[in-house]
Design a protein around this ligand. Sequence first.
Ligand code: ZN
Length: 224
Amino acid sequence: MTKLNGNTLLVKESLINSNHHVTVKNPLRDDAFDIDDDLKIELIAEKFKDIVEILGFDLTNDSIKDTPNRVAKMYVNEIFKGLNPINKPKVALFKNVYEYHTPLVELNIPFTSFCEHHFVPIQGKVNIAYMPNTYVIGLSKIHRLVDFYARRPQVQERLTMQIVQELSTTLNTKDVGVVIKANHSCISCRGVEDLGSSTLTSVFLGQIKNDNNLMSVLLGSNSD
Ligand SMILES: [Zn+2]
């Protein structure tokens, strides 16, 4: 950690950009980032062009001719950008000078992720609680960390665990609770086509799991 001024600490670049403390990993190969983003976009566009062509589309058509490139850029720069550790948000921590040691609760953090089995959206909200120790985190950084882990092909259970592990390590507290309620497009748009169902995952660690009231708030408040 680096001291910036009296109260602000910035987690060092090397620590920010490492996911070593997040032990629940996405199934990537070791050479996942050996080629750079520009080359990835170029290669994915070529492959996606094949898919569009095989489906029978006319790639000289104005509306469709740039689709392979658009999809490739969207994969690498937007919806899957959280795969690359260099995109991990920088996290500023502030000394807990207020001696605030009761739960901080952040509700209804929206996210869009993608099901790794079908590559279609998982959309929902995350509720988070943590008990501050020596440091507190800027609230917007909680949102940015959720976004970072969401922007990958995921399964909801893994996303829940990665957010829990990230917050627990970054904030140096064992008292963390994360609840995710989400709609899976692979359930609603295909397969059983079951519109309106949602999936709830939850992890409660440390003191949070002894607080029934708080667990109800986390489990219940995003029921829209
Ligand atoms: Zn799926």
